[in-house]
Design a protein around this ligand. Sequence first.
Ligand SMILES: *Cc1c(COP(=O)(O)O)cnc(C)c1O
Length: 308
Amino acid sequence: MSFFKEIFSKNIRLNIPLLENKGHEIFMKREDLIHPIISGNKFRKLKYNIKEIKNKKLKLVTFGGAFSNHLLAVAYISKIEKIKAIGIVRGEELHNFKLNPTLKKCIDYGMKLKFVSRDEYRLRHEKKYLEKLISKHSNAYIIPEGGTNEFGVKGCEEILNSNDIDYFDTICVPVGSGGTISGIINSSSSKQKILGFSSLKKSNIRVQINKFVNKNNYKIIDENYFGGYAKFNSQLVDFINEFYYNHEIKLDPIYNSKMIFRILNDLRSNKWNYGKKILLINTGGLQSIDGFNKRLKEKKCATIDFTF
Ligand SMILES: *Cc1c(COP(=O)(O)O)cnc(C)c1O
């Protein structure tokens, strides 16, 4: 049987009395429970890409930063599916240090890592650079950073089911490279509002999303609360720990915790201008906690109380 079977994640209702009293219903789609390593949206984005690679019997080349959930997911599935995988990692200097938990696991799963300078990494979307890579690695198949391409978006169109499309007026989803939200936009109804919570302080992610989507019922909210990608403060760490105690749900520190912090904050302070029937897509990503806690310890900050 194929690893990529059909999956419909369950929705659970979050019990937050203050918001229920105001007439809000908040549900969470547990995409985080799909698989411990290929969590949430990475499972969705890789499904049709891996099918294509296996059909064509190709090698795989992909890109990621040092803590990338995507790199780890690709490394893991490549081991299962016996695909040769090469990961191009941002930052030459990483080579010289002890590898972080994410990259160590990638190597354990058999991925070959190639560390490149930030300047070279910037070329990752350029046609010429990609053509060179493809020929260098004997006709390799390239999966873009974050797994966002036509096949990746197609997989993410399978996240919402027909009840979700009928029932909710607002759907919230974290955004990195834009593939997940694109799939959700495509499968949503035009009456629904899709809110994308970017992990970046400022980005031109709309340009990327607009390449894939068939309607415009979405809005991007930048990460201007904690200072940008993978930035944090003690408030965020406290929130993650508190959420775990209140709901027994582990949130990742880069995407989902920031999105949910922001939503609950806006709802509580009456700054929420969107609907009342709200679905949060929990995209998983818990593997990043080990590396994150390491950084917190080095800075002598309080850590996240759980591991993944
Ligand atoms: C990669 C990732 C995202 C971003 O998804 P995109 O499709 O790149 O926008 C969100 N959440 C988690 C946990 C991720 O690992």
